[in-house]
Design a binder for this molecule. Structure first.
Ligand code: FAD
Length: 307
């Protein structure tokens, strides 16, 4: 039986592993794909305090190596479900294998909803971004577009309009899900142009994004908009339904857990992008990993004292 079983080897999961083993606890991390999580393919990270510049791969590799060197056990396996057996928890793997642990930390992250267009994946870091806070500075004084109609898209557009030459806000409706006050603020900015009732139907360029083909949903008319960058902000989706019989989820599918990373089940914690929170970044994921691991250790000690 492990002390701490972590589901997901992104920034939150690996940070939890580091903090767990440094408290002399046995830790197993289970990862469905390769370690590193969503940051792994990002060419440039420039907002992690203390590291002026690194790549997603180097960042993830550093975290992984640190965890392994400290004694974290790592296994590539997808967790299909979890069970709460009171004083211990069980992770059931896709192949049917069952692994018992005193505590579980769910660090399964979230995925950005893609547009689903050709070149989208291959041009991440070459014109395509899902994170204005992370990548906005690479487009200083350039022309960009933001796609989406929620608060994230509106916030991204506002942030970008402070640093770029021009921002197109492209949205499939003429009404926004985001707050009206944000829309009004953007309308007042001279370097923001709204392209409404419109879908992006193609990403154009040679080996990076150079222009967007945008189709008007009402007239069917196509328009080419030259841009250096596109920020896709059509939402994020966690994949937590497999845990919903055990832990509570909010209406967006995120695991309900506060800054202490505790879920509604004693001994099960949630860390990183997968939990209800406002800022989803590397720093907050790493911080959650530490908080969740130390909360798991405290839970184990409390149980030992009362046994
Ligand atoms: C393109 C891009 C660029 C970004 N750039 C920056 C940046 O410059 N700076 C910044 O601060 N933030 C950036 N972010 C945000 C940052 O990457 C995330 O906030 C952070 O990675 C969240 O870490 P996490 O560990 O919570 O989740 P994730 O990184 O999503 O890791 C979750 C892991 O869990 C695994 N998993 C999921 N389900 C299961 C399962 N059932 N069984 C086993 N494993 C499972 C997944 O495979 C994944 O590896 C960027 C995000 C993207 C997409």
């Amino acid at each position: 039986m492990y002390d701490i079983l972590v589901v997901g080897a992104g920034t939150a999961g690996l940070s939890a592993g580091i903090y767990g083993v440094r408290q002399n606890k046995s830790v197993l991390i289970l990862e469905a794909n390769t370690f590193g999580g969503q940051i792994i393919n990002t060419p440039d990270i420039e907002n992690y305090p203390g590291i002026a510049h690194t790549s997603g791969f180097d960042f993830a590799m550093g975290l992984y190596q640190q965890a392994i060197d400290l004694g974290v056990e790592y296994r590539q396996a997808r967790v299909a479900s979890i069970e709460d057996a009171g004083d211990h928890k069980i992770a059931v793997l896709e192949d049917g294998d069952r692994i018992a642990s005193r505590t579980i930390i769910l660090a399964t992250g979230a995925k950005n909803r893609p547009l689903g267009l050709a070149h989208e994946k291959e041009w991440i870091g070459r014109g395509i971004s899902y994170c204005a806070t992370c990548d906005g500075m690479f487009y200083r004084k350039k022309i960009v577009a933001v796609n989406g109609g929620g608060n994230t898209a509106l916030e991204d557009a506002e942030f970008l309009s402070n640093i770029v030459e021009k921002v197109y806000v492209i949205h499939r409706r003429d009404q926004f899900r985001g707050e009206p006050v944000r829309v009004e603020k953007l309308r007042a900015r001279e370097n923001v142009e709204f392209v409404l009732n419109a879908n992006i139907t193609a990403l154009l360029g040679q080996d990076r994004l150079e222009a967007l083909e945008v189709t008007d949903k009402i007239t069917g008319e196509k328009r080419i908009i030259k841009v250096n960058g596109l920020f896709v902000a059509i939402g994020q989706a966690p994949e937590n339904m497999i845990f919903s019989n055990v832990v509570g989820l909010d209406k967006g599918g995120y695991i309900v857990a506060g800054e202490d990373c505790r879920t509604n089940v004693d001994g099960i914690f949630a860390a990183g992008d997968t939990r209800t929170k406002t800022v989803r970044q590397l720093t907050t994921a790493a911080s959650d990993g530490a908080v969740a691991a130390l909360a798991a250790v405290a839970y184990i000690h409390d149980n030992e004292m009362s046994a």
